[in-house]
Write a protein that binds this ligand. Structure first.
Ligand SMILES: [Zn+2]
Ligand SMILES: [Zn+2]
Length: 337
């Protein structure tokens, strides 16, 4: 097989050094080095990614795409396929910090309301003692807890939370809570499977932040963006694929329907200003832009205020790229696994 060219290396290097990139930005970069728009040249785009992945496989790395489940946007990143947190986070994070990260992820996954987030307080109350591997013959569990775990202070937890959010292993959701970061969405795909996180009925990816069927007895989960896609063209028919119950409309769908012409592309943002601002912030500086999750948008503030109430407004300004703020459906607050 022909070796990789500078074009491949540029793409790999950008993803490695600047972290996961938004689809739009990755496409622009691809267009810049190949002269071809990946949207119209899907085959070429896929061939290039395949070639890159064949080479990366030798060092157990993989270039992959995923959706950020809070805003539905696609990101590209390079992940480490060695199933071991130490090798993923180890160069920057200590063992107790990694244990804390795992504890936060588990708490988010176990959120029965499928909001896919925990509050700051809940995160800080996570006990590292629970992250010590179980088993072994010793009955004295206290003696197995490393001192570094026992002595991990509140302020160390706070600092770790901030670092993990900075590095996009975690994120602030639009409701001001702590959710998964885009790196975790990229990285934890197989972990979600092995931990039995229920999948979205439409796209089959883990339903971390999803809507649940209004029917108590039905366990169907669907991402908000998958729901929109599934039901957008079939007005009137919103039957759950599992039990046939009527699926309630998302608040963001209603508002979009009001704002849009009937036949407009449902994927398009209802507000051109939002798109312009998002795009310019992406161009301005990728890393900064993705940290703050896009620019400010006045059209969203009304919805945001409504969904986040007062306490979260400050945090919500951090994350305004979400066209669909995480307004909890009444049904999704029930405890359901
Ligand atoms: Zn889905
Ligand atoms: Zn159902």
């Amino acid at each position: 097989m022909a070796p990789l060219t500078w074009r491949h290396h540029t793409l790999i290097q950008a993803l490695l050094s600047r972290g996961p990139l938004m689809e739009e930005e990755f496409h622009e970069m691809f267009m810049g080095i190949s002269g071809k728009n990946p949207v119209n040249n899907k085959q070429l785009f896929n061939d290039v990614l395949l070639k890159i992945n064949k080479e990366l496989a030798y060092v157990q790395f993989e270039l992959r795409a995923c959706r950020n489940q809070y805003d539905g946007k696609v990101y590209y990143g390079v992940i480490n396929n060695v199933a071991d947190e130490q090798s993923k986070l180890g160069t920057k994070y200590s063992v107790p910090q990694i244990a804390f990260y795992k504890g936060v992820i588990e708490a988010i996954i176990q959120d029965a309301g499928t909001e896919g987030c925990v509050t700051n307080i809940e995160a800080l109350n996570i006990r590292l003692e629970n992250q010590v591997p179980a088993g072994q013959s010793s009955q004295d569990s206290q003696s197995r807890i490393p001192p570094a775990f026992r002595n991990f202070t509140m302020s160390q937890k706070e600092k770790t939370l901030n670092d993990l959010i900075q590095d996009r292993w975690l994120s602030y959701t639009s409701s001001g809570k702590i959710g998964l970061g885009v790196r975790s969405f990229l990285d934890l795909r197989s972990w979600f499977r092995s931990n039995d996180v229920p999948s979205c009925n439409v796209c089959n990816e883990a339903g971390v932040k999803a809507s649940t069927c209004p029917n108590e007895g039905c366990n169907i989960r669907i991402h908000d963006y998958c729901l929109k896609q599934k039901f957008s063209r079939r007005k009137g028919s919103r039957a759950c694929p599992g039990c046939g119950a009527e699926w309630p409309q998302l608040e963001c769908e209603e508002e979009e329907n009001d704002a849009n012409e009937p036949e407009e592309d449902p994927a398009a943002s209802p507000n051109p200003t939002t798109r312009r601002r998002l795009r310019s912030s992406v161009k301005a500086e990728a890393v900064e832009g993705s940290k703050s999750q896009g620019g400010a948008s006045t059209s969203l503030s009304k919805k945001r205020l409504r969904s986040c109430k007062n306490e979260a407004v400050e945090n919500a300004t951090q994350d305004t790229s979400s066209v669909c703020p995480s307004q909890p459906l009444r049904s999704s607050n029930r405890r359901k696994r």
